[in-house]
Design a protein. Structure first.
Lengths: 756, 154
């Protein structure tokens, strides 16, 4: 059996070596050359757009999303291998290249498996059906008398009568139409004549197979987007004013004349320096003298008043997402009312490296190498920015320095394209650290108000939870419209804000209930360093920080244990199951009040939180230590119970959950974008600290609840949203004090304990 | 401009450049090495870490002039798929990296530390790795990999 090829080896073998002196060569061309007929156009209605059999019988799956290291590559290979009855190491997954894959929406909403795998599964099943049909004709036997073992179709009665996939179609195309649901993005799917297998027939799905992207990363043989290099490529740094709300007043180009080959490139308020050597571009960006006009005085409120600002700001849109029962009546007749408010700051993607992209704009076509998690939307955005048809633009995703939403990679792609157009040369642009923290789109700041009515028996009869904050999509979640990019806004395109937030995702069966959100205007209409967009699990951590702490407060107010209280109001079995599983695994000791014994400097506590997310259920128990003198919280142990339906790859799922928990802990304890009246002052890792290894948990236990009968839902985000409240609830258990403002910094801990 | 000679991963190289230029740019641009990575340019994250005479340094702030005549080792020079460093092997076995952009810092720092203190405790390992960042938050897997590598190195 052939050893599996790494993605890079595969691309090389297929003629798609990304960068050569002669310019890019494409996989599609290589396939076309080996095929009897030309490859059909890349449209979702062609089976060849989804799956191919190579001359040596390997399988290529064309996946219109990408894997950022959360095991999607291997999971898709497992699904395709099972449907086609081939060994998993014969399946190569090509991802995120607009010339090779359909627009399945890129990484988005943890849908890689949930929706991304569907058309691949269907295509693989259909390919198997066609291949068995072809073998049936060749062997002169009916299809029902044939079986498939590792890509070889043979007679059930006589294994010597056989035909391999390679013989049947290797290197050629199916030229077979499938029915497309006419959806672009996450919802894209196809209908085929074949029936995909039932879960009981899976042999590869459900196994913990090792990811294939690891050696390339660990031995550094795989290229990142930052490593893409083209002949005659210029290095660029975009010049952004430290202060928000500025336009360019003047540029002293002579200030960089001492830097060899460096020059200024400008269109309106978009300014960059370019040079042949990256260091010269960096030096020039530091030396350039540029003066700015302030178009708005003090665009931001004082940071200390941000939550007052949110409370007082006008509501531009409100949505009552869940409304049932007689809420007003419940509060009128209530024996007791409990109220609380919770606050969550702006947070940054703060990717491991600043966004980077390489663009080559030529008269006959445009190529953009991007770390954006949505390359198909980069294609659209670049086409619109440059005024060329989208089919003239090829966007190629290459692993970048982090992702987790609409980070600065999206801006870098459009920056690079504009600079390549303006200079007539290929351009590589990467930001400096401050571009990745001060200027990336932010997760929105918000305030959350909970109010509940109890009757005389201690039953919750009315429940209200209202979030108020900045839109989760002041700029859109992808780059398909240049008005949502810094480059677009800098050349004067008008902003196109979207207004959206969210509500708690839970199933508590209170008699009357209102879950609502209210969005306020942005602080600055365009080019704001505090413009908001999607950050991993958009608005999930902040909403659940409030709602799952509030549920805890209600449990204590009712004199009940927080686990028992949740179970009392949850009738849905899957919701109850994750709570029970997490509590049992963690050895939960019921308590109706915070721990009484509080001697010594180190206090211990445990808390629980639960939530849903688009079909996935998750509960986590946090066990923490609080150092009273220093104010430090240590998230010592987390126990997660996770139900996302059918599990494709248990180990991959486990590691994805671990990353969610620890990233969630970082956002809970450390992360807050700082700003003054005129600019973001979080510019590096000192002014925007994230979790370091001393603060990482000692243990993370994961209980995976597999439900083969239920279609898989997402796992890339659900488990991050329950971490903040679980930690805050554990803090209350340890100290008897509530922390209702995130992050739970040592200063806030000390202040809260001093007040208590 | 200066002509500066040093060794990288066992090979002698000469770079003609601004002596104040950080080593990182010489490695990535002049020598066309796709590792290490630019993370912050401020010695605050570790993504650019290399060994200088066996000691981990942040190449994003190390002036090129400071490495003249010295030996630099990158992650590619630490081990290969055929001859992996125990930490690299452990990183694959424990499936540590997600985006993987940060790992030069973790592996190069841990490799130098474990060489000096192969039987370090968990607390000592955590202290030795202070200042390194991983945005994918793979810290739990990082600890598992280091402990696995320790059993190979002890």
């Amino acid at each position: 059996m052939n050893a599996p090829l790494s993605r890079r080896e595969f691309l090389k073998a297929s003629g798609a070596l990304i960068v050569t002196a002669a310019g890019p060569a494409f996989i599609g061309e290589a396939l076309a050359q080996t095929a009897a007929g030309a490859k059909p156009p890349l449209v979702p209605t062609e089976l060849d757009s989804w799956v191919a059999i190579t001359p040596d019988g390997r399988v290529t799956a064309f996946f219109g999303k990408m894997d950022m290291g959360q095991s999607l590559d291997i999971a898709i290979a497992q699904i395709v291998a099972d449907e086609l009855d081939v060994a998993v190491d014969k399946v190569d997954v090509v991802m995120g290249d607009t010339a090779l894959t359909c627009n399945q929406g890129g990484a988005s909403g943890s849908t890689g498996i949930q929706s991304g795998a569907r058309p691949l599964r269907n295509a693989a099943a259909e390919a198997r059906r066609l291949l068995v049909h072809s073998a049936s004709q060749k062997l002169g036997l009916p299809a029902e008398q044939l079986r498939v073992d590792d890509g070889v179709v043979s007679a059930v009665s006589d294994p010597a009568k056989k035909a391999s996939y390679a013989e049947l179609i290797g290197g050629r195309h199916f030229h077979h139409q499938v029915e497309w649901n006419k959806q672009i993005g996450n919802a894209m799917d196809i209908k085929v004549q074949a029936n995909p297998k039932s879960p009981s027939e899976y042999r590869i799905v459900g196994k913990s197979l090792t990811r294939r992207d690891l050696p390339g990363k660990v031995y550094r043989t795989e290229k990142y987007v930052t490593d893409i290099s083209l002949p005659k490529m210029l290095h660029a740094r975009v010049i952004r004013c430290a202060r928000a709300a500025c336009t360019v007043a003047g540029i002293d180009e002579s200030s960089i004349k001492r830097v060899k080959g460096a020059r200024v490139v400008r269109e309106k308020d978009f300014v960059a320096v370019v040079a042949d050597h990256e260091w010269d571009a960096v030096r020039a960006s530091r030396m350039l003298k540029i003066s700015w006009n302030e178009i708005k005085k003090d665009p931001f409120p004082p940071m200390a008043e941000i939550y007052d600002h949110i409370r007082k700001a006008p509501v531009v849109k409100r949505e009552d997402a869940v409304k049932k029962g007689d809420l007003e009546g419940a509060f009128k007749t209530a024996a007791k009312v409990v109220e609380a408010e919770y606050e969550w700051p702006f947070q940054s993607h703060a990717s491991m490296g600043p966004g980077c992209s390489v663009a080559d704009v030529r008269a006959d076509g445009v190529t953009v190498w991007t770390g954006s998690q949505k390359p198909h939307f980069v294609q659209t955005g670049v086409a619109r920015l440059l005024g060329v048809p989208p089919e003239k633009v090829r966007a190629i995703w290459v692993a970048g320095p982090g992702s987790y939403g609409r980070n600065d990679a999206g801006d870098a792609a459009l920056d690079a394209a504009l600079l390549s157009k303006l200079t007539g040369r290929p351009v590589r642009v990467q930001g400096m650290r401050s571009d990745g923290i001060a200027w990336d789109p932010k997760g929105p700041a918000s305030v959350h108000r909970g109010r509940a009515a109890f009757d005389a028996s201690g039953k919750v009869i009315g429940y209200e939870f209202i979030s108020k904050g900045f839109s989760r999509r002041n700029i859109d979640t992808n780059e398909s419209d240049p008005r949502d990019s810094l480059a677009g806004m800098s050349i004067g395109l008008p902003p196109k804000p979207s207004i959206d937030f969210g509500v708690p995702a839970e199933a508590y069966g209170f008699d009357s209930k209102l879950l609502a959100w209210e969005v306020i205007p942005p602080l600055l209409d365009a080019s704001s360093p505090l413009r908001s967009s999607h950050l991993r699990d958009p608005v999930g951590p902040q909403i659940q920080f409030g709602s799952e702490q509030f549920i805890d407060e209600l449990a204590i107010a009712a004199g009940e244990d927080p686990v028992a209280f949740r179970l009392k109001y949850l009738s849905a079995p899957r919701d109850a199951a994750v709570i029970k599983a997490a509590a049992e695994k963690a050895g939960w000791q019921p308590r109706q009040a915070p721990r009484a014994a509080r001697s010594g400097d180190v206090l211990s506590g445990r808390g629980i939180a639960y939530a849903q997310r688009n079909g996935t259920l998750v509960a986590v128990v946090a066990e923490i230590e609080v150092e009273r003198k220093s104010g430090r919280i240590w998230g010592k142990k987390f126990t997660v119970a996770h139900d996302c339906g059918l599990i494709i790859n248990p180990e991959g799922l486990r590691y994805t959950i671990e990353g969610n928990v620890v990233q969630g802990l970082s956002r809970t304890l450390f992360e807050e974008v700082r700003f003054d009246r005129e600019k973001v002052t979080s510019v590096d890792w000192l002014s925007y600290p994230i979790l370091e290894i001393r603060d990482a948990p000692e243990a993370i236990e994961v209980v995976l609840i597999n439900r083969p009968e239920i279609a898989p839902s997402g796992a890339g985000e659900p488990s991050i949203r329950v971490v903040p409240a679980a930690v805050a609830n554990a803090f209350f258990d340890a100290t008897g004090v509530r922390l209702r403002r995130a992050p739970l910094t040592p200063e806030r801990v000390k202040a809260a304990l001093a007040r208590a | 401009m200066a002509s500066i000679k040093f060794a990288v991963d066992g090979k002698t190289v000469t770079v003609n450049a601004d002596p104040n230029m950080p080593l990182l740019y010489a490695l990535r641009n002049d020598l066309k090495m796709s590792n290490p990575h630019f993370g912050c340019g401020l010695a605050q994250c570790g993504a650019c870490t290399v060994h200088l005479e066996g000691e981990p340094v942040r190449s994003c702030v190390m002036p090129l002039s400071a490495v003249a005549g010295k030996k630099v080792t990158t992650l590619q020079g630490l081990g290969t798929p055929e001859k992996p460093h125990p930490l690299q092997a452990a990183y694959v076995e424990e499936q540590v990296p997600q985006c993987g952009y940060c790992i030069n810092g973790w592996i190069m720092t841990a490799a130098a530390f474990l060489k000096k203190k192969p039987k370090a405790t968990d607390a000592e390992i955590r202290d030795a790795l202070a200042g390194l960042k991983c945005r994918c938050a793979t810290h739990a897997a990082i600890m598992r990999a280091i402990k696995r590598a320790q059993t190979q190195m002890a």
